[in-house]
Each structure stands twice: as C-alpha cells, then as structure tokens.
Design a protein around this ligand. Structure first.
Ligand SMILES: Cc1cc2nc3c(=O)[nH]c(=O)nc-3n(C[C@H](O)[C@H](O)[C@H](O)COP(=O)(O)O)c2cc1C
Length: 322
C-alpha cells in the first residue's frame, strides 16, 4: 500500500501509479503518452511522435488512448487510497492534456478502486467469444458506467442493425486495405515482441508479415473475417459522445477504459471493430443506426472469452517519464 499516515506521495510512489497507467489500451499499441513529474504533480502529454496520420488523421484515437491511461491512473490511485484531482487542459498550445495532483483529502472512489485487478487482466480479445449470452443487467451496468464519464454506450440490439453494422465493418476494411499508405502505416507498427510496443509478433515472423501487409490488399479476406466476428459477437456496442473535440476524446477514453475494466471484472473481454468510425465517409452511416445523438467514437464487440491470452507488451516506464 502506498498511503500510510503521511499526507504526501513520493516520486517513487507516483511512478508505481504510472506503471499501471501505461497498461491502458492504445491504437496499434502505440502507447502515445508521456508523463512529467514535478512538485508532486503529474502532467499527461500526447506523444505525437507516435501518431498514426493515415489511420487517425486528427489524433482522435491518440487522445482517446491518453484518456484510457488517465483512467488507469485514477483507478490505481483509488486502490492505493490516494486521492486524485485532475484538470483537463487540452486548450493549451502544446501537447499537454491533463495535470493530475495527488491529495489525501480529496474523494476516493470505492467503485474505481474495485476495478484495480482488472487493469492487469484486461486484454484486447480478437478471437471468437464463447456463445454464452451476456445478461442484460451486465450490459445495462456498462452503459451506466459510460455515462458516469460523460459518454454514452449503445448496445446494437435489432438483428437488422447488427447486420448493417457488420457490413459497415467489412466495407471499412475494404477501403482501408485498398490504401497503400494505410497498409504501410500498419506494417510499420508490426513489431517483434521485444520492442515493447506495436502489434507484436514473433521476431522471425515480423519482417515477412510486414512485407505481406505492405504489398497485398487483403481487404476482402479481412473484411469477411471481421464481418463474421461482428455477426457472431454476443454484444456489439458503440461508445460515443455528444461533441467531437479533444475534451470529448479525453472523456470517451476514460469512459472506454472504465467500461473495459468493469466488463473484465464481470468476466467479459472486448475488442474493437472501429473501421466504420475511422473511415470518415462511413461514420454518419453508423450514427444513423443509433438512437443516441452525437458522434460514434469506438465500436466494441464484447463477450465471454474462451482462452487465456498473453498480455501485449509495453515500453519500460522510464521511456515515458521525463
Ligand atoms: C482508441 C483505440 C482504438 C483501437 N482500435 C483498434 C482497432 O481498430 N482494431 C484492433 O484490433 N484493436 C484496436 N485497439 C486495441 C489496441 O490494438 C490494443 O489496445 C493494443 O494492441 C494493446 O493491447 P491490449 O489492449 O491487449 O493491452 C484500439 C485501442 C484503442 C485504445
């Protein structure tokens, strides 16, 4: 436990909390965050050297990923009974997104503390889920979790709408894979596991896989596979926000990670089918299928996992702290 009777928190203790922040999910596992510790506060910066200009031209997903890291920091602090206060500062000229201070006097959320064990257990689960249905009460609780963070989560219920979403996913795959720049960007983030970031694969396979991805438009095959995954998913759900600016993206990042941790704490895992949001021309078509108003940010499939899967690698904590 970090917090004994004393009121302050040391730099070493802050680093322990940050070692949980960096276990957050991020697009292509880019881990696009940087932290500065000064006078007992932490500043969270977007690391735009890790941006994905083709897949994520506005740094929307990059900012969402930083929001996920902020949620992990909040959960770890709550678990350690360290109060946390943070100010969102995305209007500044630089890459500063939030300033976090630690304060024993401030409110500690028991609900957030209860999610701590899921920080290490959550995975992006890209395999098929078990066919077991997800109880409606569980899905409703996830929707409530998203709204606590200023976002909405809408479960796609009607069979016709689910099919339409699955088609949009496969259409998104076709558009993305047909673009050589998108394929080059994806290939550039296919790394051997030891590198500590990116979409990891065994060292011997990585160079060949990169050449294949760069060279061949596999949109049809990937689209068919993703459509099947969407069709078979026990739940398909869209996480969204009323607005679509940096503040919304940070909010939806925190909502995403809270939903994922909460889902994991109830035995679920999730993965992403974001293609109809990443491809700008498809985003309004996805929005048209929803009752919630605003902007879809993340398309999730959720279910009960059938297999244990290895955790994705992370960079060493020293690499992300200045
Ligand atoms: C904003 C965001 C977008 C993502 N988009 C996708 C995606 O389109 N497809 C996918 O397979 N994974 C996606 N991911 C998952 C990441 O690839 C994953 O978090 C990363 O590889 C680390 O693995 P982990 O989540 O198991 O820790 C996304 C994650 C975030 C936070």
């Amino acid at each position: 436990m970090i917090n004994s009777a004393n009121t302050s928190i040391t730099e070493e203790q802050i680093k322990i909390l940050l070692s949980y922040a960096v276990l957050a999910p991020s697009s292509h596992n880019t881990q696009p965050w940087r932290f500065e510790i000064a006078d007992g506060d932490v500043s969270l910066f977007a690391d735009r050297t890790r941006a994905l200009p083709v897949n994520d031209a506005d740094d929307r997903e990059l900012t969402i990923s930083c929001g996920c890291a902020l949620m992990n920091l909040r959960v770890a602090a709550a678990y350690e009974r360290v109060g946390i206060k943070f100010t969102i500062t995305p209007d500044s000229d630089d890459d500063l997104l939030a300033v976090i201070s630690f304060d024993k006097e401030s409110f500690i959320s028991k609900d957030e503390a209860g999610l701590f064990k899921s920080i290490e257990g959550r995975r992006t689960y890209r395999k098929r889920f078990s066919t077991k249905e997800i109880p409606t009460t569980m899905l409703n609780s996830l929707c409530a979790t998203a709204s606590e963070e200023g976002a909405w989560l809408e479960v796609i219920k009607l069979e016709g709408d689910r099919q339409r979403v699955a088609e949009l996913v496969s259409e998104g795959d076709s558009i993305q894979w047909a673009n050589p720049s998108w394929r080059r960007e994806l290939a550039a983030w296919m790394h051997p596991r030891r590198k500590g970031d990116g979409l990891s694969m065994p060292g011997l396979v990585a160079p060949i896989a990169r050449v294949v991805v760069r060279t061949f438009d596999m949109g049809n095959g990937v689209g068919a596979k993703d459509k099947q995954l969407a069709d078979e998913s026990p739940a398909l759900a869209v996480l969204g926000t009323a607005g679509d600016n940096v503040r919304d993206w940070l909010a939806v990042g925190q909502a995403l990670e809270k939903v994922l941790l909460s889902a994991h704490s109830q035995g679920l895992q999730a993965s992403y089918l974001n293609q109809p949001i990443q491809v700008a021309s498809l985003r309004p078509k996805l929005q048209n299928l929803l009752s919630e108003k605003g902007f879809p940010q993340i398309l999730l499939r959720l279910g009960f996992p059938e297999y244990e899967i290895e955790a994705a690698p992370r960079r060493r904590i020293e690499e992300v702290i200045n």
